[in-house]
Design a protein around this ligand. Sequence first.
Ligand code: MTE
Length: 323
Amino acid sequence: MLIRKPNDIPSSEITPEGIYLDRRRFLKRAAAGAILAASPGFLAAGCEAAGQGGTTPSPEADGLAFQMGEELRDELTPYEDVTGYNNFYEFGRDKGDPARNSGNFQIRPWTVEIGGLCHNPGVLDLDEFLRPHELEDRIYRFRCVEAWSMVIPWRGFPLARLVERADPLGSARYIAFTTVYRPEEMPGQRQPILDWPYREGLRLDEAMHPLSLMTTGVYGRDLPVQNGAPLRLMVPWKYGFKNIKSIVKIEFTEEMPVSTWAHDKPHEYGFYANVNPEVDHPRWSQARERRIGEIRRRPTLMFNGYADQVASLYSGMDLTRYY
Ligand code: MTE
């Protein structure tokens, strides 16, 4: 069973007004049935949880709160779009395929292997993997490299907590993730669409950033298969393809790990994949995006709007070269 600690601090006491109002909008929609029953401890904004669980809010977490306040002027993308318009090539190429073709996918039992350059390797059952972590709900912008975007309330825990738990060796510089390989349950894996299994990675300092989220849920409930059940990554300043789904393996490495899309089309997709309106995809512009549910395209924001929080990770780097 997933552990969901209810939040015992009334959100009105700790939340900037803008966030609180949006949370009320969110919960109102939940009450109207647009969202399935919100769980008792549900809080829509991650900044509310960032200062809890006995941890001291970091300056980054304060930045996060500010960012959330800005963000919440945007409407949440409806649950039906978040769970019905997906990229999960293991189930097919069309946006409706993951929801349509994932009925046979088994998310229990599930194990996660932690390995590579770390002091605490092991193979953990999912419950064991999640047990020490307090789950939070965070609203993030989500920007696909295909130039569409959403605003999504995810549930998860900071990836940094997992890294600390694994305790990487001094030589580790990257973290690598691998998706489950089960062609018998994932029809797309029976075709050579990509070099299976799907793989992704981050630099260790990116993984330690407080915005990086190990994600187990969306809209206050467990992830549906099409969104990457039972465990995926969410790094909101990067293009959506970095956010690998249905993770079974996490490794610490010295060398930059292979990223499936960067491996497949290195001239089109890089390892970093930071959202950048100034660096176009070879086949289309990245300057603007279509927010799902809107007609007019809106300008794409540098680092997807999280520049204040993350730009310092890349200072001195030529972002046109390291795309
Ligand atoms: N992870 C796996 N294993 N397989 C995939 O095909 N697609 C990526 C990413 N993670 C993908 C994946 C892409 S291209 C995007 S845009 C996001 O998942 C889509 O996430 P969503 O369907 O939850 O919106």
